[in-house]
Design a protein around this ligand. Structure first.
Ligand code: GAR
Length: 192
């Protein structure tokens, strides 16, 4: 069974969705641990409620070396690292050791509105300011170039006239959940 380390920085709605799908037996995987770079991440409570071991690797302590600390925590325990709203940028050895085993969900249609500094609500503000009429989300492998790794799946949606960054974020999040589920399932079945 595919063993997952789920990395978060905040609310963890992607985490909760995947937990639910595993509990509902729609996904044949196990989340072995949740790692947060933010001690105040609400998602940590979601992990604790499910009895999933959680670890805090504070970005203020580890900074650019956070990847090395993650390696120590996950060593030999997981097959896939899922970044679900994890905002630290991974660098160094972890990207070699876990090549094609780290995936990230991003709230835009890459190559648009991505890269360093483009995360969370900022993405949706930029999308609305651009006047684009379509947005969506992207599931991709993590590589040294931020948000530029190979794309696994994308889901798109139309932007209506009345959208605010917040309402758009909520709609895109729903697509993210589906995209992440589909991607993890494909990986767990050896189809990616
Ligand atoms: C999600 O929208 C995710 O795509 C985004 O942070 C949010 C986390 O939500 N990640 C990025 O912007 C990374 N570049 P969640 O904590 O509720 O899952």
């Amino acid at each position: 069974m595919l063993r997952i380390a789920f990395l978060i920085s905040g609310t963890g709605t992607n985490l909760q969705y995947i937990i639910n799908k595993i509990n509902e037996k729609e996904l044949n995987c196990v989340i072995k641990m949740v790692i947060s770079d933010n001690p105040k991440a609400i998602g940590l409570t979601k992990a604790n409620l499910q009895g999933i071991p959680s670890y805090v690797l504070d970005k203020n302590t580890y900074g650019e070396n956070i990847g090395d600390e993650i390696i120590k925590v996950i060593k030999d325990k997981v097959d896939l690292i899922v970044l679900g709203g994890f905002l630290s940028i991974l660098k160094g050895e972890i990207l070699d050791i876990y090549k094609n085993k780290i995936i990230n969900i991003h709230p835009s249609l890459i190559p648009k509105f991505c890269g360093k500094g483009m995360y969370g609500i900022k993405v949706h503000e930029a999308v609305l300011n651009s006047g684009d009429t379509i947005t969506g989300c992207t599931l991709h492998f993590v590589s040294p170039d931020v948000d530029m790794g190979t794309i696994i799946l994308q889901k798109s949606l139309n932007i209506t006239g009345e959208e605010s960054p917040k309402t758009l974020q909520e709609k895109v999040l729903k697509e993210e959940h589906r995209c992440l589920l589909e991607g993890i399932r494909l990986i767990s079945e050896g189809k990616v």
